[in-house]
Design a binder for this molecule. Structure first.
Ligand SMILES: [Zn+2]
Length: 270
């Protein structure tokens, strides 16, 4: 199960984040939680390394880049998880046995019997591999008091269709930076998927928290259906947003596929 969570959504919890982590470990089988550290490890796009439709400005000179590199934290497995991902993943990381991947931008943590296998499916060039592995295991997405704007499985769905595959840059070790492909983009419109998943989502209230459970396979299927119907599904129309670059990436892929199938008697599969 991949879990996205907000502790404060519960209201008061006896035992706080520790109690929620205990409950997850006791009831959810193998857990996959976000462990990203880009808030600390990110460096700007280097001078002249321009990637098309990348929604990330290049810094103008190497002196500025080197200054940013010196200031960034280098990734190590004890680096705290981005606070924007909530206190529950960081509590598990600090206090429970777990496995953590070493992607310097988009790390995951996992606990339970299948943890090693899930984490092993992350590659530096395919950060959402653990979610893909979860699909094959019949995995579920659990949203604890958060909306689909946190639901990274939607990002996997759009990336499989050639969208929101950005290059980003992070400090991997002292003095060492990496270019990291296939980093997902904006998710602020992802809750548009909710009506399309409602019939396959199980919901319960736990205190003030609404918990939603839906299969990874259903999220991927609905995402695919929506994007195939419209390349801009689940994105905004602000030209300054990452959404616009993601749409352009998708349209480029549509054109490539259309060219590859032109002359054939079937419609392009897009
Ligand atoms: Zn947007």
């Amino acid at each position: 199960m991949i879990v996205h969570s907000s502790l404060s959504s519960f209201g008061h919890v006896d035992g706080g984040a520790d109690a929620v982590v205990d409950a997850l470990l006791a009831t959810c089988g193998t857990l996959l939680l976000p462990g990203a550290t880009s808030h600390a490890t990110r460096v700007p796009a280097p001078p002249d390394l321009v990637r098309e439709n990348n929604a990330s400005p290049n810094v103008s000179d190497w002196a500025s880049f080197d200054a940013a590199l010196a200031e960034a934290a280098d990734f190590h497995r004890d680096l705290p998880i981005n606070r924007n991902l909530g206190v529950i993943p960081e509590t598990l990381r600090r206090t429970r046995q777990h496995v953590r991947s070493w992607h310097p931008w988009f790390s995951y943590i996992a606990a339970g019997a299948g943890a090693d296998d899930l984490i092993a499916q992350q590659r530096l060039d395919w950060p959402l591999g653990p979610i893909e592995a979860l699909t094959e295991l019949g995995g579920q997405v659990l949203l604890l008091g958060v909306s689909h704007t946190t639901n990274t499985t939607i990002h996997l769905g759009e990336q499989l269709l050639g969208r929101a595959r950005f290059y980003r840059y992070a400090k991997a070790a002292p003095g060492v930076w990496m270019e990291l492909p296939n980093i997902p983009g904006a998710s602020h419109r992802f809750d548009d998927i909710e009506p399309h998943l409602r019939s396959s989502t199980r919901r319960v209230s736990i205190g003030a928290c609404t918990a939603s459970l839906v299969s990874v396979a259903d999220v991927l299927a609905v995402t695919r259906h929506l994007i195939e119907a419209s390349p801009s599904a689940l994105l905004c129309d602000d030209p300054a947003c990452q959404c616009a670059a993601a749409i352009q990436q998708r349209l480029r892929q549509v054109r490539v596929l259309a060219a590859a199938t032109s002359g054939a008697d079937r419609a392009p599969g897009v």
